[in-house]
Design a protein around this ligand. Structure first.
Ligand SMILES: [Zn+2]
Length: 158
């Protein structure tokens, strides 16, 4: 499994130039609307909630739950890498790469990569939403910690 993940990452990193956007325009626009509405009113209006559900399916509500529970942390290292760490429902930590649209969770592997019937898993969507709403917690990590996280070695910290 680790091998497959590395392969995907390598492929995607190799295609950096073409992946300015993995999301359809409608999804990007929706996230922009969420951002704007949240900045103005500190909440997401019902029509945008419905749109989120329509575009992202059931993961939309699960992602909003993750946002509510402050499950998303933006980790950054001195080397300039950033990664979103999302605590999943089971308490497992997932390192999500919004820049290359990848999450190591089973739902991402199955629904997004294999079946192609979801745009995102709830973890990546939660990271996008947190970014849009300005709610992600920031945490600085060392380069070593970052490489442990990226290689999946990091357990739960302190
Ligand atoms: Zn995921």
């Amino acid at each position: 499994m680790a091998e497959g993940q590395t392969k995907i990452l390598n492929n995607w990193n190799g295609e950096m130039t073409e992946m300015s956007s993995f999301l359809p325009a409608v999804a990007e626009e929706l996230l922009r609307d969420v951002k704007k509405a949240y900045q103005e009113t500190s909440q997401i209006p019902d029509d945008l909630l419905l749109a989120l559900k329509f575009v992202f399916g059931p993961s939309a509500l699960q992602a909003l739950d993750l946002v509510d529970q402050r499950s998303v942390t933006c980790l950054s290292s001195p080397s300039g890498r950033t990664v979103f760490q999302v605590v999943g429902g089971s308490g497992r930590l997932y390192a999500c790469y919004t820049s290359c649209h990848y999450c190591p969770c089973p739902a991402f592997a199955f629904s997004v990569l294999r079946k192609n019937d979801s745009l995102l898993c709830k973890h990546i969507l939660a990271a996008y939403l947190c970014q849009a709403m300005g709610l992600s917690q920031q945490e600085a990590v060392t380069n070593q910690q970052m490489s442990d996280i990226l290689s999946g070695k990091a357990g739960r910290g302190t």
